[in-house]
Write a protein that binds this ligand. Structure first.
Ligand SMILES: CC/C=C\C/C=C\C/C=C\C/C=C\C/C=C\C/C=C\C=C\C(=O)SCCNC(=O)CCNC(=O)[C@H](O)C(C)(C)COP(=O)(O)OP(=O)(O)OC[C@H]1O[C@@H](n2cnc3c(N)ncnc32)[C@H](O)[C@@H]1OP(=O)(O)O
Ligand SMILES: NC(=O)C1=CN([C@@H]2O[C@H](COP(=O)(O)OP(=O)(O)OC[C@H]3O[C@@H](n4cnc5c(N)ncnc54)[C@H](OP(=O)(O)O)[C@@H]3O)[C@@H](O)[C@H]2O)C=CC1
Length: 301
């Protein structure tokens, strides 16, 4: 019997929860990132957790940093036991550069190097601009945009400037068509997309590459839960996108693995959209989103 060929469109394994996969099929060489070190903001949950797992499955040790140390520590234990690589959990807030510097020093003390930075930390929620307070807008900009700049600057000046490195900024397609109820995250991510290009120009001569990975709707994540993904799925809204489904966390992690590693050695300042073609065809349905948002307010009361 001829060996079954993997279908070109076959999905990679994933699990909905913040747990490691029970099986994993390699697409890239398992040694692609052997003995490299990756620093991943927000690596304790969702997409960041899966990115950490996939990089570690390719030989990388990781540092995962964010505000909730308990959740990070639990994640680090899961990641290390599933992959056999080291994972250091550190508390930091990307809005506070001094906590980033302290985490980077800890990372260098533990591993002696940093090769990859993944700017994944972010905050978001559905809210029309008229209901968005000034502080709410500022908070999302501070986490998503200032946080990405702060962490990139600290890591570059402390390590990448003299040793080279690869930075992947996790963005979104929200600003491509002005997604309703997302002026805060959409503006922040658009700024990050520009930042990728500016810093790719300035830091290229130091051997630092910067690229953007922009996911679409990704199942098993806080973003999916917060932004109407469940409702969209049950209402059949994903049938209107080219690949007719949400993505999974491993699909995003594989795009990050490509951009972070030497597989993309001549790529910098680029944006890889991993959204199933969603932004091309998804309805920017203001009434549906307003209805959905106001229904969530009633639920919270
Ligand atoms: C039938 C279906 C109908 C519609 C659906 C149609 C289509 C949807 C299809 C698909 C959707 C699926 C996926 C989406 C696809 C793409 C998404 C693109 C981008 C995704 C981005 C993300 O997911 S980011 C990661 C998400 N995770 C998080 O946000 C976790 C971290 N978040 C936090 O820590 C908090 O939420 C925070 C961001 C608010 C920060 O917390 P903190 O620093 O503690 O700040 P606070 O002091 O709590 O708040 C600061 C001010 O912000 C105000 N605030 C907080 N929450 C809200 C809210 N929900 N609404 C309005 N305002 C809020 C808060 O009140 C503070 O303001 P004050 O004025 O009160 O000071
Ligand atoms: N889910 C989706 O469908 C999509 C997600 N994205 C992007 O993917 C990335 C991950 O999103 P997702 O996995 O859904 O959501 P999660 O909420 O799981 O991930 C966000 C992470 O950011 C961390 N974080 C938030 N604020 C801070 C802060 N001030 N300092 C340090 N860390 C912080 C959180 O950890 P802690 O609470 O411990 O601080 C958390 O681990 C985000 O950049 C998001 O914009 C883009 C498009 C679609």
């Amino acid at each position: 019997m001829a060996e079954e060929h993997t279908k070109i469109s076959e999905l990679p394994e994933d699990v909905e929860t913040d747990d490691c996969m029970t099986t994993y099929t390699y697409i890239y060489s398992p040694d692609l990132l052997k003995d490299h070190v990756a620093f991943i903001t927000g690596g304790g949950s969702g997409i960041g957790f899966r990115i950490s797992e996939v990089l570690m499955r390719h030989g990388c040790d990781t540092v995962i940093g964010s505000r909730n140390l308990e959740r990070l520590t639990e994640a680090a234990e899961k990641l290390s036991s599933a992959t056999g690589r080291r994972c250091l959990a550190l508390r930091m807030d990307v809005r506070q550069p001094e906590t980033i510097s302290a985490a980077v020093e800890e990372a260098l003390k533990e591993f002696g190097r940093i090769d990859i930075l993944i700017n994944n930390a972010a905050g978001n929620f559905l809210c029309p601009a008229t209901s968005l307070s000034f502080n709410a807008f500022k908070t999302v900009m501070e986490i998503d945009t200032m946080g990405t700049f702060n962490t990139s600057k600290v890591v570059y000046e402390r390590w990448f400037k003299d040793h080279g490195g690869s930075i992947v900024n996790i963005s979104a397609t929200l600003g491509y068509k002005g997604q309703a109820l997302q002026v805060h995250a959409g503006s922040a991510k658009a700024a990050n997309d520009a930042m990728t290009r500016h810093l790719a120009v300035e830091w290229g001569p130091s051997g630092v590459r910067l690229n953007t990975l922009a996911p679409g709707p990704i199942s098993g994540t806080e973003g999916f839960r917060r932004l109407g993904g469940m409702g969209a799925e049950t209402s059949g809204a994903f049938q209107t996108i080219p690949l007719q489904r949400a993505g999974n966390k491993t699909e995003v992690a594989h795009g990050v693995l490509f951009l972070a590693s030497r597989a993309s050695s001549y790529v910098t300042g680029a944006c890889l959209v991993a959204d199933g073609g969603s932004w091309l065809t998804s309805a920017n349905n203001l009434p549906a989103l307003l209805d959905y948002w106001s229904s969530t307010l009633k639920k919270d009361k």
